[in-house]
Design a protein. Structure first.
Length: 182
């Protein structure tokens, strides 16, 4: 198993996230030794669409990609839609790509990537309803369990979490990817 000791991973999300798309990757990275930090436009506690409550560690406006080794964007329709409308969240996401850091997106988590302008020529997957939006933003969309493109790890649904988690931990362990750019 990949050792992520001394790595810090930002999980950026808000109310309405897909519960397992936070809890499962969180468990995967922390079990590998990383410190996981919940970053949100909200303060206090946020709630998933199935009722899971999570404590916010850091406001998105105060978060800097410099302070983290990787980024995870869980899904959930409401979560994905709200985040892409938050300029501080969009700026933060773009900065992870500019710094060549690994980014994991699952389900509707990839929606914010369209607003961050980081998809031109990138191959990824998502929940199928995002296919047209991602393609319109320049992505090559494929329907696969997990896709890795130079540090960008993507999956479709909670059913893909085991494969997503394995690749996410692997990519974080590898560190920066020169071709992971905005």
């Amino acid at each position: 198993m990949t050792d992520l000791t001394s790595k810090r991973v930002a999980f950026v999300l808000t109310n309405g996230f897909e519960d397992s798309e936070l809890t499962s990757p969180w468990e995967a990275v922390t079990s590998a030794g990383a410190e996981a930090v919940l970053v949100s436009p909200e303060s206090g506690t946020i709630t998933g669409k199935k009722g899971h409550e999570a404590k916010v560690d850091l406001a998105v406006g105060q978060a800097k990609a410099d302070d983290f080794d990787a980024l995870v964007l869980p899904g959930g329709v409401a979560n994905g839609d709200k985040l892409r409308m938050d300029e501080a969240a969009v700026t933060l996401v773009r900065s992870f790509f500019e710094q060549h850091k690994p980014v994991g997106v699952i389900c509707h988590g990839g929606w914010i990537l369209t607003d961050a302008g980081v998809l031109k020529g990138r191959t990824l997957t998502s929940y199928p309803s995002l296919k047209t939006d991602l393609r319109n933003a320049g992505a090559i969309w494929v329907d696969e369990e997990v896709v890795v493109d130079n540090g960008l790890v993507s999956s479709r649904t909670p059913g893909d979490l085991p494969a997503f988690n394995d690749k996410l931990v692997e990519e974080i362990g590898e560190g920066q990817h020169e071709r992971q750019t905005a």
